[in-house]
Design a protein around this ligand. Structure first.
Ligand code: TYD
Length: 207
């Protein structure tokens, strides 16, 4: 493992299966004796988890898009500076469930916040370090959203948004994935075990 560490992110619409797949990749790499951490956004540190709870609970319109963007970026800043960057600097593999691409898709493309503004803050926080690999789990919203609603927790502010929003998010993720070589697009309809295998193999090829 080189000293730069290796940064892997998972993206996809709610209920796409990215959370389980990030966990499965973490378990796989750990079983191979590889030094890896698993984390998530929004959240990942105490401060960022506190911000998470105010972002994701309450009514759909609780936050204006710009306010919401700043909350996500505050949470990302704490997470990056206190957890992700130190781990990468120690040469570890970091797996993160969602990251800046989610802000570009949800706050930027779907809710109209200036993407240059979102990236400007991101670049200042991270010195523009990008993920080394991003797995996009692609799935139709009518399958994924029913899965995520069935999960029954209080973090439902985004799931309550109508289906056309999730459609747009899916299309936007696909669009940015096709423009950027760091992405691998995975068919989220495949069985969990098959997706796990594809991701594990791809990861072993590049780390
Ligand atoms: P997440 O916990 O990943 O939910 P799920 O496991 O159901 O996919 O993310 C919560 C919500 O936050 C999700 O609807 C996407 C949204 N989100 C943004 O809008 N912008 C962001 O920058 C991030 C990280 C998440």
């Amino acid at each position: 493992m080189n000293k730069r560490g290796f940064f892997i992110t998972f993206e996809g619409i709610d209920g796409s299966g990215k959370t389980i797949q990030s966990k499965l990749l973490f378990d796989y790499l750990t079983s191979k004796g590889i030094d890896v951490i698993l984390t998530r956004e929004p959240g990942g540190t105490n401060g960022a988890e506190q911000i998470r709870s105010i972002i994701l609970t309450g009514s759909v319109n609780r936050w204006e898009p710009i306010t919401e963007s700043l909350l996500f970026l505050s949470s990302r800043s704490d997470h990056w500076l206190k957890k992700i960057k130190p781990a990468l600097d120690n040469g570890k593999i970091v797996i993160c469930d969602r990251f800046q691409d989610s802000s570009v898709v949800y706050q930027g493309i779907c809710k109209g916040v200036d993407i240059k503004f979102l990236n400007y803050i991101y670049e200042n926080v991270t010195n523009n370090r990008q993920p080394d690999k991003t797995f996009l789990i692609d799935i139709e919203p009518n399958i994924s959203i029913s899965r995520s609603i069935a999960r029954e927790n209080s973090e439902t502010r985004f799931e309550k948004i109508d289906m056309s929003f999730h459609e747009k998010a899916r299309e936007s993720f696909l669009k940015i994935a096709k423009q950027n070589e760091r992405f691998t697009i995975i068919d989220g309809n495949k069985p969990i075990g098959k997706i796990r295998e594809i991701i594990a193999q791809k990861t072993l090829d590049i780390i």
